[in-house]
Design a protein around this ligand. Structure first.
Ligand SMILES: Cc1ncc(COP(=O)(O)O)c(C=O)c1O
Length: 443
């Protein structure tokens, strides 16, 4: 035992010892770059505040993503949620239709389905990646199923081959929610090119950030044209819609999902930095995983052979053994007192949220509520277990954070030495309903 291990340095900060990191670390994302600022200022100076067509930085952004995604038609939109809504509406999801979806995702993956009157049918997760379980997908198909939506959770690609097989066998469409996985790949194929359509969020927490913004990549012309009509009319619709659907370009199909030019400029600037940021993030999270891997009872995130996590949107080690006996909340508190920005995951599995527990949504002031399958804790045990036993750590992305990563590992080692003192301090093993989680974006 070293001198520091016997002195106040080794006493937990929770018990009056010296924190490993002081002042406490607060993960800041994004770091707005000079390039981001210059891109938005240039639009301000030019008075470019709205686009009617495919033009300017929006066109550059769409071209960049189209080139990444094997030439797919792309459409910059107001948000990732708008991209998902556009995909579902265009591929066809409405009253009476069922769409298979992960319970382990952020709510926006399925909420547009509820808005369309379709039924999201939730499926459990795979225990290692947390992604939708292909076996659960196969088992949930009914004559009413029209499609499947998957989320490449925390950047790890879903096991797409068996999912696409189920889709082919039953004539279903597949939407990829790529909001966590910009630049990720599955056996050499980039996510966003695997299904019939793909949605990306460029919300501020994402590695490609617009502030608010999103992008739809369509696998066929009709899906692109319909999505274009849903959120645009006149100029943009006239440019993109050339089939018999062109008779609707003067009205579109009713919504305004246009992307703000400032958002497109930020998304373009951060898209250009994607490769570099992915490389540094993967290196730093690899360093963090290596540092934590030697600690008994901590399971670091897996990356399956043939998969690349790309943006690696979340780093969620799992607690077992003595860590779990102490409880995720207690462990998170102890680490936070050591100066770490660590917390239990914010997003609960969807089936534990009121909307999916109640089985009905009072969507309209009058008329009957929209019916959904009603769920209760225990319905999807793998997703619940993952939520109950995970911690959320920062996704370090900049070279100047390497030292900080080592301090994080040091703090975990320190808390590991004190776990017996924490056990029985009130944390228990946590609750499946995720008590203590925050209610914001997927974290
Ligand atoms: C998995 C997933 N899908 C969709 C979205 C929604 O994206 P947006 O906030 O751009 O509407 C998010 C945002 O956090 C997300 O994490």
């Amino acid at each position: 035992m070293t001198a520091s291990e016997t002195g106040t340095h080794d006493r937990l900060a929770l018990q009056g010892g010296t924190p490993v990191i002081s002042p406490p670390h607060r993960f800041v994302w994004p770091r707005v770059s000079d390039g981001d600022r210059a891109a938005v200022n240039a639009l301000m100076d030019a008075g470019e505040l709205s686009y009617y067509g495919r033009e300017g930085v929006l066109e550059e952004l769409e071209d960049l993503w189209s080139a990444r995604l094997g030439g797919r038609r792309t459409l910059g939109l107001a948000s990732g949620t708008a991209a998902l809504h556009s995909a579902f509406a265009s591929l066809g999801a409405g009253p009476g239709d069922e769409v298979l979806a992960p319970t382990n995702t952020f709510l926006a993956t399925v909420m547009p389905l509820v808005q369309l009157g379709a039924t999201p049918v939730l499926c459990d997760a795979e225990p290692d990646t947390g992604n939708i379980d292909p076996a659960a997908v196969a088992a949930a198909v009914t004559p009413r199923t029209v499609g499947i939506v998957v989320t490449h959770l925390w950047g790890h690609p879903c096991d797409m081959d068996p999912i696409l097989q189920v889709a082919r066998r039953h004539g279903l469409w597949v939407v990829e929610d790529c909001s966590h996985a910009h630049g990720a790949s599955y056996h050499g194929r980039e996510v966003g090119t695997l299904g019939d359509a793909a949605a990306f969020s460029f919300q501020a927490a994402k590695i490609v950030y617009a502030g608010q913004g999103g992008l739809l990549a369509s696998g066929d012309t009709e899906t692109h044209e319909r999505a274009c009509l849903l959120g645009h009319f006149r100029v943009r619709a006239e440019q993109d819609v050339t089939s018999e659907l062109s008779r609707y370009t003067s009205t579109g199909f009713g919504l305004n999902y246009r992307m703000h030019p400032f958002a497109a400029a930020l998304a373009l600037s951060s898209s250009r930095a994607l490769e570099e940021r992915v490389a540094t993030r993967q290196k730093l999270l690899g360093r963090l995983a290596d540092g934590l891997a030697g600690i008994d009872g901590i399971l670091t995130p897996v990356t399956r052979p043939g998969c690349d996590r790309g943006a690696y949107y979340g780093f969620k080690p799992r607690l077992t053994g003595p860590w779990l006996a102490a409880g995720a909340r207690t462990v998170a508190d102890a680490l936070a007192r050591e100066g770490l920005d660590v917390h239990p995951p914010g997003s609960r599995p969807l089936h534990l949220l009121s909307l999916f527990a109640d089985g009905e949504v009072p969507l309209h002031r009058s008329g009957p509520p929209v019916r959904l399958p009603a769920h209760r804790p225990g319905d999807f045990p793998v997703a619940e277990e993952l939520h109950r036993t995970s911690l959320s750590l920062p996704t370090f992305t900049f070279p100047d954070e390497a030292e900080l990563v080592d301090r994080y590992c040091e703090a975990f080692e320190k808390v590991a030495r004190h776990l017996p003192e924490l056990t029985g301090s009130g944390g228990g093993t946590g609750r499946a309903d995720g008590t203590g989680g925050t209610s914001g974006a997927a974290t």
